[in-house]
Design a protein around this ligand. Structure first.
Ligand code: NAP
Length: 323
């Protein structure tokens, strides 16, 4: 495995991780067993995925059996929107630790820059008209102080951000005692995030690419809630297919290799053993400069964003909506 070094000795993150969004229950349990057997050690989950207890169950089994040591694992989870306020951070990281059955998390991220008002244990509280119960008072600097306190308390080794825009990242960095070590955002061939990459490099922030294969399955999820959006199929792209054929690799391997070759970690999600293996085996070949140039040329910028949170009705009204 190749690793991305987190700044300040905050840890070593395997450059290929395993995404778990939309995988739950026995399907995730079996898939995670398979992922660990294949060799994945970087696991990406979140409070809002409602699957931390499954991740915890499988990890405990592996740890108890001595099949893996805790320091070989790199577990990432995230602060939910309902906890995105200073007094929510400790409460929700403790909940995640309990579900994950771990003493510490390797990397704890602020999942999104916006917040909802807490209403009981609801994860996505909505008003009667279906729109999100927005809490407009979100203060990233105050939340970040509470994130720093979690490092001091030993509940997480490192802290970072997800889905924050340039302005929001700059503000956190300017006011931080412990700088964010990582930014997790959507990155794939059609949306390469070159501007954010520049900003992260400037501040020594590492990056993780979510939806690194273009998250095509989002289309059916959106359709279920009445949003008709045609998402591009990255596996059908002629440039990708051409390079894949030339190298004897799959389109997914070419896409993931393109991102990791930039030094950005990837967390593809699959529950299919063959595809999980395929996604993991991307470090034994290299794209030529010419291949990279051709793939770089596929970038369409923010217009190609897949995950714009449009499934959260009314979320663009939040003062910290990032896009
Ligand atoms: P993705 O990894 O780009 O795509 C997943 C989809 O591609 C699934 O439908 C999967 O189906 C399919 N797939 C996987 N490997 C494949 C292969 N080799 N060939 C063909 N199809 C393949 O999308 P994602 O799930 O949106 O993103 C990955 C992870 O990033 C998530 O699971 C989550 O952990 C994280 N994430 C974070 C955020 C955030 O806000 N921070 C947002 C989105 C995602 P099968 O399962 O059937 O293989």
């Amino acid at each position: 495995m190749k690793f991305v070094d987190l700044p300040g000795g905050a840890g070593k993150m395997p450059i290929v991780g395993y995404g778990t969004w939309q995988a739950v229950d026995s399907e995730l349990e079996a898939a995670l067993e398979e992922a660990l057997t294949i060799g994945y050690r970087h696991i990406d989950t979140a409070y809002v995925y409602e699957n931390e207890h499954v991740v915890g169950k499988v990890l405990k089994k592996w740890l108890d059996a001595g099949k893996v040591k805790r320091d070989e694992l790199f577990v990432v989870t995230k602060l939910p929107e309902v906890g995105n306020r200073p007094d929510g951070v400790e409460k929700y990281i403790k909940r995640s630790l309990e579900k994950l059955q771990l003493d510490y998390i390797d990397l704890y991220l602020v999942h999104v820059p916006f917040s909802y008002i807490e209403r009981g244990d609801e994860i996505h509280p909505r008003k009667e008209d279906g729109s999100m119960l927005i809490d407009p008072t979100t203060d990233h600097v105050a939340v970040w102080k509470a994130m720093e306190a979690q490092v001091a308390a030993g509940r997480t080794k490192a802290i970072g951000l997800s889905n924050f825009n340039e302005r929001q990242i700059e503000r956190v960095v300017a006011n931080a005692t412990i700088k964010p070590v990582n930014l997790q955002v959507e990155v794939h061939a059609y949306f390469q995030q070159k501007e954010l990459e520049k900003l992260c490099k400037k501040h020594g922030i590492t990056m993780v690419a979510y939806s690194p294969l273009g998250s095509k399955s989002m289309q059916s999820i959106l359709a279920q809630i009445g949003i008709q959006k045609e998402l591009p199929d990255l596996f059908d792209n002629q440039v990708v297919l051409g390079i894949a054929e030339k190298l004897g690799k799959t389109p997914a391997q070419v896409l993931l290799r393109h991102t990791t070759q930039r030094g950005i970690a990837v967390i593809p999600k699959s529950v299919n053993p063959q595809r999980m293996k395929e996604n993991f085996e991307i470090l034994n070949f290299e794209l030529t400069e010419e291949d990279v140039k051709a793939l770089d040329g596929l970038d369409q910028g923010p217009a190609a964003r897949v995950l714009d949170f449009s499934f959260f009705k009314g979320i663009t009204e939040h003062p910290e909506f990032p896009f």
